[in-house]
Design a protein around this ligand. Structure first.
Ligand code: DAH
Length: 354
């Protein structure tokens, strides 16, 4: 009995893992284990022998069982300790540096424009960048022979040989979206259309692709006065201060009368400041929508009238954020993007009308 006790207790103490422990359990107290077999022998003993051996065997069995249980807990604790050591993380370490992108000034200003005009009840409309010549020119009262077509340095799309249809163009302005919106929604109408436009032109203030935001408001009695208010409200919100505007008579085929709009600014040693001084800077074209344009859009000019305007997004981005060269907008130079870009969490800076 003592031999059995020493054998199993020391083997249990030395067991390296749970499976070794299980093996010992089967060997000692399993159905055919050494201790169990001994217990079966009790039946063959005399009652006196049994009275001595019975309690001793039971005690041995209990002792082995509790040694097994205790060792099982000890093994589990040791395994957990090892895991905790292996999987230890230093949560105080600084995170790995991560490259962060930025919002391009054009995207930022695009959002700002959208937010300000949305506040005044303008919905955002869209049109294709590869546009039919009819929408880009004819419907806007620019017939085939009109000098405006040549002036715009239009990019024409390729047509397959033998295909005589007039070629599509890369839209030269966002004005074709006026026609598409009229066709789609009819009157009354209040939309802006920010978007990309294309012209074959390249210098410090011109790039072959740039951005415009078109505006169009059509109603029963919309006038130039409404146009002036909307634009002054826009510029004041956009620049965050009262900005005077100056309307100069001009000519566009799609408006009558037409006006170019300047904003008040000062020029000091090469830098422009908007909303002060006695200088003027041209920022957009505008006017009352020409009856022929309304007609092309399927709207009865005897019943409806309205204003339209078209403004350069890149231009007003340069003005607000002091960016000198337009070409750099589209160079994708990371240093430029980091310098002039905006954090994704930076909410467009717009203030209510001043
Ligand atoms: N589409 C003109 C351009 O790109 C700008 C313009 C002028 C738009 C007058 C208008 C407008 O809507 O009424 O030069």
């Amino acid at each position: 009995m003592n031999d059995l006790k020493t054998k199993y207790l020391s083997a249990i103490a030395a067991a390296a893992d749970e499976s070794a422990l299980e093996e010992l359990r089967v060997q000692a107290v399993g159905k055919k284990g050494e201790v169990s077999l001994k217990m079966r022998e009790l039946g063959k003993m005399t009652p006196e022998e049994r009275q001595v051996m019975g309690p001793q065997l039971n005690a041995l069995k209990d002792e082995i069982n509790s040694a097994l249980a205790a060792k099982k807990v000890a093994l589990a604790d040791a395994a957990l300790d090892i895991r905790l050591k292996e999987e230890w993380l230093d949560v105080t370490l600084p995170v790995r540096p991560q490259r962060q992108g930025s919002i391009h000034p054009v995207s930022q200003v695009w959002e700002e424009c959208t937010a300000i005009f949305a506040d005044m009840g303008f919905a955002v409309a869209e049109g294709p960048q590869v546009e039919q010549a009819w929408y880009n020119f004819d419907a806007l009262n620019i017939p085939g022979h009109h000098p405006a077509r040549a002036e715009m340095d239009t990019f024409y799309m390729h047509r397959a040989e033998g295909d005589d249809r007039p070629p599509h163009v890369l839209r030269t302005h966002t004005s074709p979206v006026q026609i598409r919106s009229m066709e789609k929604h009819g009157a009354p109408l209040r939309i802006i259309c920010p978007g990309r436009v294309y012209r074959a032109d390249y210098d410090q203030t011109h790039t072959p692709m740039f951005h415009q935001v078109e505006g169009l408001a059509i109603g029963k009695d919309i006038s130039m006065a409404n146009l002036k208010w909307v634009l002054e409200e826009f510029f004041s919100a956009y620049f965050g201060k009262k900005v005077k505007t100056r309307f100069r008579a001009s000519h566009f085929p799609f408006t009558e009368p037409s006006a170019e709009v300047d904003i008040q600014c000062s020029w000091e040693n090469g830098t422009v400041k908007v909303g002060e001084g006695d200088g003027w800077l041209e920022v957009l074209g505008s006017g009352m929508v020409h009856p022929k344009v309304l007609e092309a859009g399927g709207i009865d000019p005897k019943e409806w009238q309205g204003f339209a305007f078209g403004m350069g997004i890149d231009r007003i981005a340069m003005l607000k954020y002091g960016i000198p060269d337009l070409r750099a907008f589209f160079d994708s130079d990371l240093r430029w993007l980091r310098h002039y870009g905006f954090s994704a969490l930076q909410v467009p800076t717009i203030r209510g009308g001043v």
